[in-house]
Design a protein around this ligand. Structure first.
Ligand code: NDP
Ligand code: OXD
Length: 305
């Protein structure tokens, strides 16, 4: 079996992990590669699929496939299979819990108080007083919503199809999104970037949030309009934003986001794909495909995720 490996970084770690879980495979990561049976990719170069006429499947080592789907050279009739969880759901939940707890315990205020040498204790606030919305209730967003709800926060969520999840008030459709936005203190964006979600959170939608709320984007930058985000911060609709993802990455050094104290930036690290667990998942899916069994995680191209 021949595997084409095209990952933008940590190529050696990926190659070792694939060899561990698929010892029978020959792994090719350079140029001028022979025809391969499977491809394992993340941000591959534009010509990565040239001459690859025998591919049975393309595995994305990321959960999001918007970048791959936008490549003109992506073979149209080869199944595209994305990463499912491999530990990323818990990483997302850690990130979300950190932000929710900061908010509940008013750490921002106490940090400001320290700078102002001010002793000003606030009253107790129960976890159930914090209203959290999660857009996207899939593998990652679903786990985020579940962990926050189990922790005692008041959680609502929004997805494309209707859902019924324990402890979570579930919404769908555009009217459901508008209802959710009007009732949350913290909004987590956990949606894939598709034609439908691009610029979903524009000026009109952000204005539905209660004044002083917090926006957290952990999925894709282009889902939130940058100009609408700045206006919402300037007008006080948003008190702050936590951004892990950006329309253009890396975020340009002269981007206005860097200089704002009401924007907290992390460099697309909310959930990192661990090569070993990911290679194990790829290997088990390849074995299932060879055995003629169905595999999960196949991207439905008409929905874009
Ligand atoms: P899933 O495909 O499992 O879940 C996507 C969710 O979004 C589903 O609940 C889906 O609804 C919902 N959704 C999709 N389109 C719409 C729409 N038009 N309207 C309403 N809901 C919609 O994806 P994952 O949870 O695995 O990953 C989510 C995203 O996280 C990835 O696409 C990627 O962009 C991002 N990501 C970011 C990382 C980081 O480090 N910052 C790391 C990994 C991923 P339904 O359930 O009805 O299908
Ligand atoms: C992913 C990502 O999609 O890292 O896995 O964003």
């Amino acid at each position: 079996m021949k595997i084409l490996l095209q990952v933008a970084k940590e190529s050696l770690a990926w190659s070792q992990a694939l060899s561990k879980w698929l010892p029978e495979a020959q792994i090719f990561s350079g140029k001028g590669v022979a025809s391969c049976d499977y491809a394992v990719v993340w941000h591959p170069p534009a010509q990565a699929f040239e001459g690859q006429t025998k591919l049975n499947a393309i595995f994305s080592v990321g959960a999001g496939v918007d970048g791959l789907l936008s490549m003109a050279s992506l073979p149209q009739h080869v199944p595209l299979i994305r990463m499912e969880d491999v530990g990323m759901a818990d990483q997302m939940a850690e990130y979300a819990l950190y932000i929710a707890l900061r908010h509940l315990r008013q750490i921002n205020k106490y940090e400001q108080d320290q700078r102002a040498i001010r002793w000003d204790p606030q009253a107790f606030r129960p976890r159930s007083s914090l209203r959290i919305g999660v857009l996207g209730l899939g593998t990652l967003g679903g786990r985020v919503a579940q962990v926050l709800a189990e922790f005692g926060f008041k959680v609502s969520g929004w997805s494309r199809s209707p859902k019924n999840l324990p402890g979570i008030q579930c919404f769908h459709e555009a009217s459901g999104l508008d209802r959710l936005l009007a009732m949350v203190d913290i909004l987590f964006v956990m949606l894939p970037l598709t034609l439908e979600t691009t610029n979903l959170l524009d000026e009109v939608r952000l204005s539905l949030l209660p004044a002083g709320s917090t926006l957290v984007n952990l999925s894709r930058g282009k889902i939130v309009s940058e100009s609408a985000l700045i206006s919402a911060l300037d007008s006080g609709v948003l008190a702050q934003a936590f951004l892990d993802v950006f329309a253009v990455e890396p975020l340009s050094p002269d981007h206005t986001f860097w200089k704002r104290t009401d924007i907290h930036i992390t460099p697309h690290v909310a959930a990192l794909t661990p090569p070993d667990a990911a290679a194990e998942q790829v290997a088990s899916k390849i074995r299932a495909m060879i055995a003629g069994q169905p595999v999960t995680g196949t991207v439905r191209r008409k929905f874009g995720y």
